[in-house]
Ligand binder design. Structure first.
Ligand SMILES: O=C(O)CCC(=O)C(=O)O
Ligand SMILES: [Fe+2]
Length: 273
């Protein structure tokens, strides 16, 4: 469980504080994202449990060809290298990042891919979850993805040191309907590169805690990069310590967002809705 002091508050406007404690620039201009077309449907894909109730993956959510198109496109965006030195106790992120608030792209990433269907009718490792298992897994009704879209580029030597991801209060507005308050519950990472594209290192590694003090510390869970694979992991109070390992060759590209859930828990550590 993350220490309370690590649960950063969301800041409004064009800047935002992240897990590293840095105030970072959020682009107000919305990019002309390449269309998300020719993608597999939920029937072609599976949600795989990597660590029960904590880490799930979807192999091939995006095709290699779409990932390649995106890497070319994202390279044209004004990514910003992490500035300065972090303060004591704050996570070290050393990479290039582009951050924008784009509800339209979040909606595309949710509905134009198989993600929405896989999350709404979760069949994990081939077993369909019933309503109560579904609620226990996601926390409530998943409304979509956080419009806070982050693009990460890691060149050789770059990494994201050990940290916990915060939960945030967000608002979803479906076209023509009222705004619905939500809370982010799971982190989404979508990998666009891997050893198949020449990227070495950069694995996302999780450090589960022992269930009791007497139990031995579990082995770290290492998730290898895989082109087009989506990874979901629980965040907020239930977040495991994790890191993006140092890239040793090639370039790692990741798209980051979060699942937003209708269960709004009033928590003074979270930002204003
Ligand atoms: O790039 C990675 O593998 C990890 C990214 C991450 O932990 C984050 O975005 O919070
Ligand atoms: Fe993280």
């Amino acid at each position: 469980m993350p220490p309370k002091s690590k649960q950063a508050k969301r800041s409004a406007g064009a800047t935002r504080k992240d897990e590293t404690g840095l105030i970072s620039r959020v682009e107000t201009a919305v990019p002309r994202w390449p269309p998300l077309t020719h993608l597999p449907t939920a029937a072609d894909l599976t949600l795989t449990s990597v660590l029960s109730n904590q880490i799930l993956t979807i192999t091939g959510l995006w095709t290699p060809s779409l990932c390649k198109t995106y890497v070319s496109f994202l390279s044209t965006l004004p990514l910003v290298t992490t500035p300065g030195n972090p303060k004591k106790g704050e996570a070290v992120r050393v990479n290039d990042r582009y951050q924008t608030q784009d509800a339209g792209f979040a909606e595309q990433l949710w509905s134009a891919t198989a993600l929405r269907d896989l999350v709404n009718s979760p069949s994990i490792d081939g077993r369909l979850f019933d309503e109560s298992e579904k609620t226990a897994l996601w926390g409530g009704e998943v409304l979509g993805l956080n419009d806070n879209i982050r693009i990460y580029r890691y060149n050789p030597g770059q990494f994201f040191d050990q940290h916990y991801d915060d939960a945030n209060n967000v608002v979803f507005t479906a076209p023509g309907s009222q705004s619905v308050p939500a809370k982010t519950t799971w982190t989404l990472l979508l990998y666009l590169t891997s050893p198949a594209t020449g990227c070495q290192g950069g694995e996302t590694v999780f450090y589960p805690e022992p269930t009791s003090k007497r139990d031995p510390t579990p082995q770290p869970v290492i998730t290898e990069l895989d082109v087009g694979m989506a990874l979901l992991h629980r965040h907020g109070r239930d977040c495991m310590l994790h890191e993006g390992r140092k890239v040793t060759a090639g370039v790692k590209w990741v798209i980051r967002s979060d699942l937003g859930d209708s269960t709004l828990i009033v928590d003074p550590d979270l930002g204003e809705v």
